[in-house]
Design a protein around this ligand. Sequence first.
Ligand SMILES: Cc1ncc(COP(=O)(O)O)c(C=O)c1O
Length: 399
Amino acid sequence: MEPPSPATPAARRIPFRPLGGLFEQDDVAAVTRILEDVASGEGSFFPLPEEKEFEQRLARLVGASHAVAVNSCGTALDLCMMALGIGPEDEVIVPPLTFVCTATCAAARGARVVFADIDPNTLCLDPEAVRLKISPRTKAIVPVHFAGLSCDIDGFARITKEFGIPVIYDAAHAVGAMRNGVPIGNAGLASCFSFQSNKNMTTLGEGGAVTTDDPSFAEIVRQKKTFGFVYGSPLRNVTVGFNYRLTKIQMACGLTQLDKIDRIVELRLQRFLRMQELLADVGELLLPPGISRGHACHLYILRLNTSIVPFSREDLRRHLKERFAVETVVHYPAVYSWEAFEKLDHDRSGCPNAEAACSQVFSLPIFPSTSWEDLDYLRSALKQSISELSSRSVSGGTK
Ligand SMILES: Cc1ncc(COP(=O)(O)O)c(C=O)c1O
């Protein structure tokens, strides 16, 4: 569908929906089929064959040799830290601009969390800033493909080569992401994906996976997600493990979600590109970088250029909500600003780019089902809000 030229759209409500992808009749049918099989006495909740098929198809999608399905990206990261044997003597380097568990997966093993700065343009962890924080205690680096934009995989690969430090990618935002046309799921030692409800695809609200090209790393993660068992004859229990499994129903839905993930990412890309056009002339806003094919288009994150406007990001978000019924979300406050970090051993020094970004970022409510009229409305709500807040402050209003 051709987007119309921007008009002045009628007032409407645009909530930030807690569903990032599409959930349709084929998903409903996949779930219902399992339940009906069990109810008829024919089926069961035993995870095969769905688990195997889901893992194989996911691995293919993200370009990795192995995928291990788990019940969240948070547990995927936990498992990777355990598989690496991270402990209290160790340090793990992470970005400040991310969801808490990118950092707390290391803290949970007793490790010291070391924050390194982000690139001011991509908002992803900067390999050069990481180099400044490497110490003899550094045992892992956890970059984030922020908002769906692949981070500098080559820069991190050089660090691994030089220092022998493994990289575990937090790919929660990156289902569908590519770098130079190549899927990113085999970068570093492993990648951790999320299928939580907000993400590009969901396995009924929660879910995740570890993907890797390293068969022995995949095997350790697989053992630890199922109480330490190795299935076969004889059955063996070889390590301390947990129950971090996805259910059969979730993986049946994961398969129908995989059928449509290309369509979801395309729908998101078209809307993100249109929003870029619509906001190109709004000098007070810094637009998200790298919106083109290969970006997973998970979050449309704007930055308010707070150095040239007389109001704050929070003033703008409040105005958008109260006057235009547009909901926005902050992805994210700096991880170390959460109160949990008052008690956790960490280093937050030297992260000015992240500090600045954390006070400027806000995400627009753009989803695969967002209409062109909604995009026009978002543009006009943003432009009017900026103009009204600017003139209010000139006439002596609050900052
Ligand atoms: C960057 C990032 N990492 C990890 C997670 C955790 O994902 P999950 O909810 O699947 O544990 C999220 C969730 O929002 C996230 O945004």
